[in-house]
Design a binder for this molecule. Structure first.
Ligand code: HEC
Length: 137
């Protein structure tokens, strides 16, 4: 079988595919239309999120949550359009955690809510580790 030239070409092509798949996702992602302003809003908001929760300021925490949910909806949609399932899953995790915070704030479980808020911060980082260019611009 290995002497069959067609089979050898097949092997070479699958090896090439494996290399292409292993190439960092950044190379394939054009971020020119990405909403950096929204990201900066998220950055500002997430800084107040946990402090608002620990201060038991339910109203402010819910307003923060709205902004963050918007952000995760945006990233989910953006990456879904580009077929990046991992980033879509990360975005959904973020939305789930923020919804969890709101639910806990509503029943006055501020400590548990703060823990979920901290986890939500990690969600931002896990996407950035994969998709945010480190040294760009
Ligand atoms: C699913 C992916 C994803 C999630 C989730 C995500 N980000 Fe980002 N973020 C990116 C990408 C990609 C860039 C780089 C955009 C670019 O280079 O134009 C970025 C850029 C940024 C920037 C830099 C913007 C600038 O000035 O150029 C900030 C700040 C930021 N994100 C904050 C956050 C915060 C805070 C969260 C969580 C609440 C978050 N991001 C969640 C993908 C994500």
């Amino acid at each position: 079988m290995s002497r069959n030239p067609a089979y050898r070409i097949f092997l070479t092509r699958s090896a090439l595919c494996a290399i292409l798949v292993a190439t960092p996702a950044l190379a394939a992602l054009d971020l020119r239309d990405y909403d950096d302003d929204l990201m900066r809003d998220l950055e500002k908001t997430i800084k107040y999120f946990e402090p608002d929760i620990t201060a038991q300021n339910a109203q402010a925490a819910k307003e923060d949550a709205e902004v963050l949910l918007d952000g995760f909806r945006y990233t989910e949609d953006y990456f879904a359009k580009r077929g990046k399932d991992d980033a879509v899953a990360i975005s959904r995790d973020g939305a789930r955690l923020v919804a969890d915070v709101v639910a806990k704030v509503e029943i006055g479980e501020f400590e548990a809510a703060a823990a979920s808020a901290r986890e939500a911060t990690q969600v931002c980082k896990s996407c950035h580790e994969i998709y945010k260019p480190r040294l760009a611009r």
